[in-house]
Design a protein around this ligand. Structure first.
Ligand code: THU
Length: 130
């Protein structure tokens, strides 16, 4: 799967000296462009950022905002799902039916949609002005 290959490649660049848990994420937009990101930790631990957040930032910086597909990979005993914060970040730019493939470096994988990952998400219409 090409998107997973992009996630696997960018994972090598993760800066994870504190957790030693490298994560790679890649997303394809509705125009077909692929953006990737890795986790970037910091000695001030809460300042670290997730792989998904990096991929989203690269997408937005390139002028794109609609996600069609996502892949995440880590060296984990089971496929790693996006954290809670990243689920909300993905939902900002992805419809509920967008598929998120979660994989391990050993070759396991699982898929869930954005809606399955974040049921009942907070959305603009909750503010009454969306
Ligand atoms: N991490 C990600 O980058 N994405 C996820 O989906 C789960 C967690 C990172 C954050 C931190 O650098 C490390 O994994 C351990 O939590």
């Amino acid at each position: 799967m090409p998107l997973l290959d992009a996630a696997r490649a960018v994972r090598e660049n993760a800066h994870a000296p504190y957790s030693r848990f490298k994560v790679g994420a890649a997303l394809r937009t509705t125009t077909g462009a692929v953006f990737s990101g890795c986790n970037v930790e910091n000695v001030a631990y809460p300042e670290g950022t997730c792989a998904e957040a990096g991929a989203i930032a690269a997408m937005v910086a390139a002028g794109e905002t609609r996600i069609a597909e996502v892949a995440v990979i880590a060296d984990s005993p089971s496929p790693v799902p996006p954290c809670g914060g990243c689920r909300q970040k993905l939902a900002e730019f992805a419809d509920g039916d967008v598929v998120v493939t979660m994989a391990t470096t050993a070759g396991q994988s699982a898929t869930l949609t954005v809606a399955e990952l974040l049921p009942g998400r907070f959305a603009a219409d909750h503010m009454g002005n969306g």
